[in-house]
Design a protein. Structure first.
Length: 154
C-alpha cells in the first residue's frame, strides 16, 4: 500500500490538504522551465532531478507533484524518514543505479534493506494516466515514490 505523505512539512514542503498538490507561498504559478536548448530526454532528466532534489525546498521546484511512501517506510519514526528523504534529495545525478531519464534510483540507509525511489509523470493529479509529454511541466504531474526494493511494483 502506498500513502501520500503529508508529513513532509518538517522538510519545508507545503501541501494542500485535498490531493496533496504541491504549492509555493506564491501560488501554483510555474516560474521555472527546463533549458529549451536541451533534447527532450535531457529536459526530462533536468525536471526529474530538480523535482527529486526539491524535497526540502518546494519553492525552488515549481514542479507539480507529490510524494508517496509505502506503509513500511511511513512506519519509521520521523528521524529515520528524514534520513531517507534527505538521502533521496541528495542523490547524485551520476549514481550508477540511476536510469537514463533519472526516473529511478536505488540507495541504502545504514541499518535498512535497500530502498528505491521512482518518479512517474502523470497527465494530472488524479494519477490515472501517464503524461504524454513529461518534458512539459504544465501538462505533467509527478509522483515521487519511496519504498523498499522488495516492495517495488512496475
Amino acid at each position: 500500500m502506498f500513502l501520500r505523505a503529508d508529513t513532509f512539512n518538517n522538510l519545508g514542503l507545503l501541501y494542500l490538504a485535498q490531493g496533496c498538490e504541491m504549492k509555493t507561498p506564491y501560488g501554483p504559478k510555474l516560474d521555472w522551465a527546463p533549458d529549451p536548448t536541451l533534447s527532450r530526454a535531457d529536459q526530462i532528466k533536468q525536471i526529474n532531478g530538480r523535482f527529486r532534489r526539491s524535497l526540502g525546498d518546494a519553492m525552488a521546484a515549481c514542479i507539480p507533484g507529490h510524494i508517496e511512501t509505502t506503509t513500511t517506510v511511513e512506519e519509521f519514526d520521523a528521524d529515520v524518514r528524514l534520513t531517507i528523504f534527505t538521502t533521496v534529495s541528495g542523490y547524485s545525478d551520476r549514481e550508477p543505479t540511476l536510469d537514463a531519464l533519472h526516473r529511478r534510483g536505488e540507495f541504502r540507509v545504514s541499518g535498512l534493506p535497500p530502498l528505491v525511489w521512482k518518479i512517474t509523470a502523470y497527465a494530472d493529479k488524479s494519477c490515472t494516466r501517464l503524461s504524454e509529454d513529461s518534458a512539459d511541466i504544465a501538462s505533467s504531474y509527478r509522483v515521487l515514490t519511496i519504498c523498499f526494493a522488495d516492495e517495488e511494483h512496475p
